[in-house]
Design a protein around this ligand. Sequence first.
Ligand code: ZN
Length: 460
Amino acid sequence: MAIRGNDVADASASLGRQTTELLQQLIRNAAVNDGSPDSGHEIRQVRTLQAFFEGSGLEGVVVEPHPGRGNLVIRIPGTDPHAPSLALLGHTDVVPVEPAGWERDPFGAEIVDDVLWGRGAIDMLDLTAAYAVVTRQIARSGFRPRGDLVFAAVADEENGGHYGAGWLTEHRLELIDADYVLTESGGAPAGSRPAIGVMIGEKGQAPRTLRVTGVPGHGSAPWGSRNAAVIAAEAISRISRFRTPTVITPQWHAYAAALELGADVTAALQSPERLYEGLPATGRLQGFAHASTHTTISPNVVHAGEKHNVIPGEATIRLDIRVLPDVDAAEIEGYIREALGDLLEHIRIEGDLIVPSTVSPVETPLFDVLRSAVRRARPAAELLPMLAAGGTDGRFYRARGIPAYGFGVLSDRWDYGTFRTLFHGHNERIDLDSIALTADALDFTVREFLGRDHGVRLPR
Ligand SMILES: [Zn+2]
């Protein structure tokens, strides 16, 4: 039995090594998405992945909705058309860096003391690389999945998925469609057991623009003027002070308990009346704790004035609004109106788009397999279903009723506070242990979920 144990350890170490090497290449390709259509250049990632799959018998389909914005989708057909299929959904773009804030080359993919540095190391080229390694391994090993296995390396997640998962959902659904989906931002441990975070859903979005009207005039005589910039400043200040209702979701209730901050703090964090009392004790997780329990309104883009000697007659404020489950457009309008009060005389609220929050059920055969996968490395671990504050491509599936989970397994050196700080932050990096743990858990999950009969027969 000892020999068999070593075989398993060797196999997962090899998956880890392959993932590390591929991750380094993906980081070095610097597929930086700055939000403009001609950025990203994810086609470089597609070429790297195609080279990686060469000789495995897997080719896949390349889709390029805009020059350079490449997506690669590979489907390994299952043997049973009624068995559930599984998609591994990884984005290949990364957010820009501010090089001055980094201690190492953000696109060097250096390994120092068993830690791999670079933009995309945790968001989410590590997972995209692991998905590719697991998919290739499945093909090479001759394993025949019962349901389809889909590997999707998609562009543009960091700017809404317009050239990636969103586009594919709208125009080429047959390529990426699946009954279950795994994607990013799970895996951080919490508490002593530990509990391993799985993102089962995310908040929604409802961007709004405020148009401020003042009276233009000469900048040399500001007394008594109605300067749109001054009105906008007051509006921003009121919005930042405004408190939307505190809502304790089931996910937050469980997460607060998993933090193990003592009975009194936990009770405060689980109480709509006492939440703000408990927030300071959550340390680096304060922002997440607040976002998990509130629909948030953040004034992030402000414009006023053109010329230094002209009092501006117009200003605009763009609000990033992230909505909890079951919050509708009328409630959002109500929050803004209440926050602005008498300033509404000078301000018009524009926009009515609402992308609702999406949440997947946890009573699924895939969730059970994820629990077993985590327990291979951490026998006492429980899964902690979480709601992400930000957005992922998982929403395109959840919106169609398909369970999508953000899944991974990070090592003991991580907590969700550290994870969130590095996400889109300086010095993004991942330890090689976490890469190996995640690759092993994904390999187990794919084989277990697609290899066994879970009693689910889907109509086709
Ligand atoms: Zn991401």
